[in-house]
Design a protein around this ligand. Structure first.
Ligand SMILES: C[S@@+](CC[C@H](N)C(=O)[O-])C[C@H]1O[C@@H](n2cnc3c(N)ncnc32)[C@H](O)[C@@H]1O
Length: 309
């Protein structure tokens, strides 16, 4: 649900820092983030969809905004799509998790805690500017896109995945509500007790969830904003319909139980089913249905070689 229209940009950003700082430690397990073969395969698939194909040559200098714990950028580094990574985020704790994972994987990204709307980088510094599930958190999206355009080199590529579509966001409410109703029966079936919410956890960011999401997107409106920011060769696609409805159902069910009591076999089976549904979406639905129907939008664009600004 988007933030209140009266929330100031500063409040949205402050809420983002508090919410993501509080979420950082459990973030990877909550969202099933993986840095092994499965994670790399997922991220490769998303990048291919956004870019239209896997590029022949890697990008030299790459900047990620809203890197979080590194799901997208560390997997892209491992895949060799980028040579030098600058990973940034407004939340210091998310970046601390990213650094710990990078060290474990033997990777050496540069990291900076920064607001994506005010980047401390020179004009024309990067060949690729990218991100995953972050544009919808930026209060001044027009200003943010202008900033991304500024730091891209002429001919450089912009690529984003995992941005919620307007219609997909509404659709996601259905499985969430259904799963909340079904949760007591599901907990009985898998033998997991109801989650006891720690008051500290409740006052430490979780109540901010509705305050951090400021946009969901209509594809044609997003394309217009990109064009107005100076980009060309804009492509926007939809991603995940069945997988997403299923994913929200599973996350809502699991979130209702004590995390350590959810059986491992359930988690493994649920994850495998999710991956299978992603394949069904990619093979059958994504090529045929309009982008706006899907939960996520993936996009790419280019800064023209002869930029006027
Ligand atoms: C939904 S999380 C996604 C994290 C990561 N990209 C991933 O896909 O796992 C959004 C991230 O954007 C960051 N963020 C929110 N507002 C931001 C801003 N104004 N500037 C930079 N990062 C921001 C949050 O701190 C958070 O880490």
């Amino acid at each position: 649900m988007p933030a209140s229209p009266t929330a100031t940009p500063e409040r949205v950003k402050e809420a983002n820092v508090r919410y993501h700082d509080a979420a950082a430690r459990e973030y990877d397990s909550k969202w099933g983030i993986d840095f092994g073969p499965i994670g790399r395969q997922q991220v490769r698939g998303k990048a291919e969809k956004a870019l239209g194909a896997w590029p022949d040559r890697p990008f030299g200098d790459a900047l990620e905004i809203g890197s979080g714990t590194g799901y997208f950028s560390l997997n892209l580094l491992q895949l060799g799509l980028i040579e030098r990574l600058t990973a940034t985020d407004i939340s210091p704790s998310m970046l601390a998790e990213l650094r710990a994972t990078a060290a474990r994987l033997g990777l050496e990204p540069r990291t900076e805690t920064v607001d994506a709307e005010r980047l401390p980088f020179e004009d024309r510094s990067f060949d690729l500017v990218f991100g995953h599930a972050v544009l919808h958190h930026l209060p001044d999206l027009e200003g943010g896109l202008a900033e991304l355009h500024r730091v891209l080199r002429p001919g450089g590529t912009l690529a984003f995945c995992g941005e919620p579509s307007r219609y997909g966001d509404l659709l996601a409410a259905v499985p969430k509500r259904g799963a909340m109703l079904a949760a007591p029966i599901w907990r009985l079936l898998v033998g997991a007790p109801a989650r006891q919410v720690d008051p500290a956890e409740r006052s430490d960011g979780h109540e901010l969830e509705p305050a951090v999401d400021v946009h969901s997107f209509r594809p044609h409106r997003l394309a217009t904003m990109l064009r107005e920011a100076g980009f060309e060769e804009i492509r926007i696609r939809g991603e995940e319909l069945l997988a997403n409805a299923y994913g929200w159902t599973v996350r809502t069910l699991e979130g209702s139980a004590e995390p350590d009591e959810v059986p491992r076999q359930w988690r493994e089976l649920a994850f495998r089913a999710y991956i299978a549904l992603q394949s069904v979406d990619a093979a059958l639905l994504e090529p045929r249905l309009p982008a706006g129907l899907f939960y996520n939008l993936v996009l790419s664009a280019r800064r023209p070689l002869a930029s006027r600004r």
